[in-house]
Design a protein around this ligand. Structure first.
Ligand SMILES: [Zn+2]
Ligand SMILES: [Zn+2]
Length: 300
């Protein structure tokens, strides 16, 4: 009986905490919309002819895909918001390593902590992403994200709620292990959101040579994740092209695909009619569905 009443008490405290901090969920939504919507409008509405040659897959996404992605994004924002509310609560009671005075650990640490958060998140994303490609998990969870073969900025948060929970796991991981100033966490969050939206932009905006240059090749291009949506079993990384290189999971023609897109002149076939959703043969679309592209056993 005591157990039941303590469960009821905890549940009601949890609901009160959520209702008192509902603005965090709104803030999470606004932050996402402020980045995803301008990129969508700029490339898909205002400049669709001008930059069409930079469209990685030379065809439009279907409207039903965009609507489905937006609906899944709403559930993702709720999951992210709830976890952030719990974390803020933990932080208020001194359970995390988040701090406010800028010079608490020196200014050098401020920048190192941002770099460290990116490196830790890159490893976290790569390995949880590989896990999500394990067939039983893929069929139930990660397939939601892969339903979009030709992603738009609205695909960035199109996750099954379980995947949303796994993805937001980086926030408590960082908050409990890396001492970081509040604004350093904000910079890290904006960078990850920007890379996530650009990875789903559908257009390549990086300069020629980026994927081959000795230094820049270690950062992913936006073609890199687009190829993941097309071919499924390659290119699992987020920011850096580190884990895909050492685990040999880069698409074998990744650099060639990137070069093909950025070297395309403004004379590629323009397919502006969404109803006639045809594609040119610039970047071939694989004939398989996301599920067929998976091997029968664990893909590690
Ligand atoms: Zn995937
Ligand atoms: Zn994606």
């Amino acid at each position: 009986m005591q157990l039941i009443s303590s469960i009821v008490n905890s549940a009601s405290e949890f609901i009160v905490l959520l209702s008192k901090n509902a603005e965090v969920i709104i803030f999470t939504a606004v932050q996402y919309l402020l980045i995803a919507v301008p990129f969508y409008l700029f490339f898909y509405n205002w400049n669709k002819k001008k930059y069409w040659h930079l469209k990685i897959q030379q065809r439009y996404s279907e409207n039903k895909q965009i609507i489905r992605d937006i609906l899944y994004s709403i559930s993702t924002i709720i999951v992210f918001g709830v976890v952030i509310i719990l974390l803020l609560h933990a932080s208020k009671h001194g359970y995390t390593l988040v701090y406010k005075p800028f010079n608490k650990y020196g200014y050098a640490w401020y920048f190192i902590s941002i770099l460290l958060m990116v490196i830790v998140h890159d490893a976290y994303f790569y390995w949880t992403h590989r896990l999500l490609h394990w067939k039983p998990l893929f069929k139930v969870v990660h397939i939601t994200h892969h339903l979009s073969r030709n992603p738009t900025p609205f695909s960035a948060y199109a996750f099954h709620p379980v995947e949303a929970l796994i993805n937001v796991g980086i926030v408590p991981l960082v908050a409990f292990t890396i001492p970081a100033q509040v604004s350093a966490i904000v910079i890290f969050t904006i960078y990850q959101l920007l890379i996530n939206v650009l990875g789903h932009l559908g257009f390549e905006i990086l300069p020629k040579g980026f994927a081959q240059n000795k230094l820049t090749k270690w950062h992913n291009t936006f073609t890199h994740h687009n190829l993941h949506h097309q071919f499924v079993k390659y290119n699992y990384g987020l920011y850096l092209n580190f884990w895909d290189r050492i685990m040999k999971t880069n698409h074998p023609h990744y650099e060639d695909h990137f070069d093909k897109v950025v070297e395309r002149k403004g004379n590629s076939e323009i397919v502006l009619n969404r109803e006639n959703d045809q594609q040119t043969n610039e970047v071939p679309k694989p004939a398989v569905t996301p599920l067929q592209a998976l091997p029968d056993n664990i893909e590690f």
